[in-house]
Ligand binder design. Structure first.
Ligand code: ZN
Ligand code: ZN
Length: 483
């Protein structure tokens, strides 16, 4: 185990100097450096530096990447820690936590006395290892009672049962983007979205700003992107921080189970090359897969294959989309991906956090390229007097022929592709912008049927799956054999 340096205390300042090797990372991805906070402290300032620093991007040159975070004296243990006070990944070299204000990514509030811990996340360590230095400065002052922060309650923005459109994945300066919640809200409203899940990496400090930026026409969904070194997952509808320090599948399973238990919805994000990919296996209990992240051409055919592989095993997982927009501040270069690319459409009984999450849970969802003129696809099936739409189970006696009807708008000249457990079943031309099509399938076994609106393929998709260009993607109707 990495030796924990004894901090040197001088003038209310602790200095840690240490070294970590690849063997230390092998043992644990996270190193905790404890220090004692006396009574009467009203602010902590912390800064760190390390050798051979490089960027956290997948394409960054070789070097070290160490993430930063801090836990207070209420505890730092995995999953159950109550002392989480924030993280900034490798995005910032310093932060402050005060009674009323904190650096984005960190949580203001009482500076409890006792044993605090700096968290160093050993993301990448080069063979020759890494020297680090961290300095904590404690500022004394007059303490005062600080009220508890109540979870944000968005309420019900609209009580109509209808399709609502939104984006489920984006970032602000509370993690590794430069824009604020205000910049995001402005952008999402300009796109005409109904809902927006803000999913900063590994923290919840952004949720404290929701009340300040909330508007009557845009539902803000509280989220966190659980960002591990082995894959990312979104949790939506959260009321508290969820741990991200998973080093193996069993750890990740505990995080997912805990999120589900607390009523949140869990999605595996961008399971594709450079997503970064999802490498935890086996994992169960998650609700969704982000099969479309950013623009379609960014390897999303791989995420779609990841989803199909699980559907073929009879699993029931809703596909969703997310731009993963890292919102830029107005004075910075714009983000390469805009909010609403792609857009997730949810059929819900009301525009509220529970309404949207229940609609997603039910699978009443399709994803398309944009909220304005992107094609829309509606899948339904009828069997006797039973009707099903995308996301529903349809139970029929073995050998029954099920009749599907598909409505597609805004996609004249494109193609409609039918996919089931056995792969592509049919590919038909979409004649005009208001297109309906009937399709029949005999159900001999557990199966599913889903549809894609695609550009006419330039190669055989069986041999060249990367040639798939999707404009809209429906969830399946799950076909089950009635016993
Ligand atoms: Zn991610
Ligand atoms: Zn993200």
């Amino acid at each position: 185990m990495a030796s924990i340096p004894i901090p040197i205390l001088k003038d209310e300042t602790y200095t840690f100097e240490g070294f970590v090797s690849q063997a230390d990372k092998q043992e644990s991805d996270y190193l905790l450096l404890p220090f004692a906070v006396p009574d009467g402290i009203v602010r902590l300032d912390l800064r760190y530096e390390y050798s051979d620093e490089t960027g956290a991007e997948l394409w960054a040159p070789s070097g070290n990447v160490i993430d930063l975070g801090v836990f207070d004296s209420r505890g730092s243990e995995f999953i159950t820690a109550r002392g989480f006070r924030g993280t900034s990944g490798s995005f910032r070299h310093e932060f402050s936590i005060g009674l009323h204000e904190a650096t984005p990514g960190y949580l203001a509030g009482p500076i409890h006395s006792g044993r605090w811990c700096i968290m160093l996340g050993l993301y990448r360590i080069v063979p020759r290892g890494c020297h680090y230095r961290a300095v904590v400065q404690m500022i004394h002052g007059e303490s005062e009672p600080i009220p508890e922060v109540e979870p944000y309650d968005a309420g019900v923005l609209c009580s109509d049962t209808r399709w609502y459109k939104g984006d489920l994945h984006c970032h602000t300066h509370h993690s590794d983007a430069s824009g604020t919640i205000g910049d995001l809200v402005q952008s999402a409203r300009a796109r005409g979205l109904d809902f927006l899940a803000v999913t900063d990496h590994n923290t919840i400090s952004h949720l404290r700003e929701f009340a300040r930026y909330a508007t009557a026409d845009l539902l803000l969904i509280p989220g966190e992107e659980i960002t591990t070194y082995y894959g990312h997952a979104n949790v939506w509808g959260i009321e508290k921080w969820h741990d991200f320090r998973a080093g193996c599948a069993a750890d990740m399973q505990r995080i997912i189970d805990e999120a589900s238990r607390s009523g949140s919805l869990v999605s595996i994000n961008h399971p594709k090359e450079e997503g970064p990919p999802w490498t935890f296996d086996p994992i169960s209990g998650y609700d969704c897969i982000e099969a479309w992240q950013a623009y379609w051409f960014v390897n999303n055919y791989q995420s779609l294959a990841f989803w199909d592989e699980r559907l073929r095993k009879g699993r029931r997982i809703t596909i969703v989309g997310g731009s993963d927009c890292h919102m830029a501040a107005p004075d910075k270069d714009p983000s390469p991906v805009i909010i609403g690319a792609p857009t997730t459409w949810v059929y819900a009984t009301e525009l509220s956090v529970n309404g949207i999450l229940d609609g997603i849970r039910a699978g009443h969802v399709f994803v398309n390229s944009n909220p304005d003129d992107g094609p829309r696809v509606y899948l339904a099936a009828v069997c006797g007097d039973v009707r099903a739409v995308a996301g529903d189970d349809l139970r029929v006696p073995r050998g029954t022929e099920v009749k599907f009807s598909i409505k597609v708008t805004g996609a004249g000249g494109m193609m409609l592709r039918f996919v089931a457990a056995q792969g592509e079943l049919a590919l038909v031309g979409i004649e005009d912008d208001n297109f309906t099509y009937g399709y029949a399938l005999k159900v001999n076994d557990t199966n599913y049927l889903r549809v894609e609106v695609i550009a006419p393929p330039e190669a055989d998709l069986k041999t060249e799956p990367a040639a798939l260009w999707v404009e809209a993607l429906s969830n399946p109707i799950y076909l089950r054999i009635a016993s």
